[in-house]
Write a protein that binds this ligand. Structure first.
Ligand code: NI
Ligand code: MN
Length: 227
């Protein structure tokens, strides 16, 4: 499985047979490594309705026909926008043709940013995704919470993508602690440097994670890791 960082919290996962996007915020994302009108997608997984995560989901889904998987409240809104959706909720998992998805807790807001204002969006989620025998965890936007240990105990994680930007989410110190709780094989930092308020030293973070005995990748937008 190949995981390509698209900038901010956006990633593209290439399995043997499918391309899955998570949080495709590309238009307006200064770090985006691909345009919304060219990115491939068979499915789109969305952690919450904030514009830096929902991003170009509607446009990409309409262009590609990708199925959008989201928390029930957000999925309901997306359905109204004319895209095909699959609603899930916290703790639930489902086997799709493109892989297995489970929604985990995330501690954050979940309002949907629309031109008409903020719409109720249910809960924010973290995402577990498994395909080709590999499991990845995309934490979404979240605070540190001790049940991350439970996620790591229940699921052997080949890669954990963790926000390190601080201010809106965990900062590097809490993300380092999260890495210890989750005990993944590898960590990839995300949700940093997109704008000044969340500027962080990802290289230093990666070095600190490695010092804990966990592999870590500093992945630039457009770069990939093979897991
Ligand atoms: Ni957010
Ligand atoms: Mn965010």
């Amino acid at each position: 499985m190949e995981v390509t960082f698209l900038g901010h919290a956006a990633v593209s996962i290439t399995t043997k047979s499918h391309t899955i996007l998570i949080d495709p915020f590309l238009t307006g994302n200064a770090l985006a490594s691909v345009r919304a009108d060219e990115v491939k997608a068979d499915a789109i997984l969305v952690t919450h309705g904030h514009s830096d995560h929902l991003g170009d989901t509607v446009a990409i889904a309409k262009r590609t026909g990708a199925l959008v998987v989201a928390c029930a409240e957000l999925a309901g809104w997306l359905k109204q926008q004319g895209v095909s959706v699959h609603a899930m909720h916290l703790g639930g998992s489902h086997e799709f043709p493109f892989g297995w998805v489970k929604f985990t807790l995330a501690f954050h807001g979940a309002g949907i940013d629309t031109p008409q204002g903020t719409v109720y969006g249910g809960n924010p989620v973290g995402i577990l995704f498994r395909s080709d025998g590999k499991t990845i965890y995309h934490a979404g936007d979240t605070a540190l919470f001790s049940d991350m240990r439970l996620i790591g105990q229940r699921h052997l994680l080949d890669l954990a993508m963790l926000p390190i930007g601080d201010n809106y989410t965990m900062g590097p110190d809490d993300a380092l602690y999260a890495a210890e709780l989750l005990a993944p094989k590898a960590v990839m930092p995300m949700h940093y440097d997109t704008f000044e308020l969340i500027h962080q030293d990802a290289h230093a973070f990666v070095e600190q994670v490695r010092a804990k005995g966990i592999q870590a990748y500093e992945v630039k937008p457009g770069e990939s890791v093979e897991i």
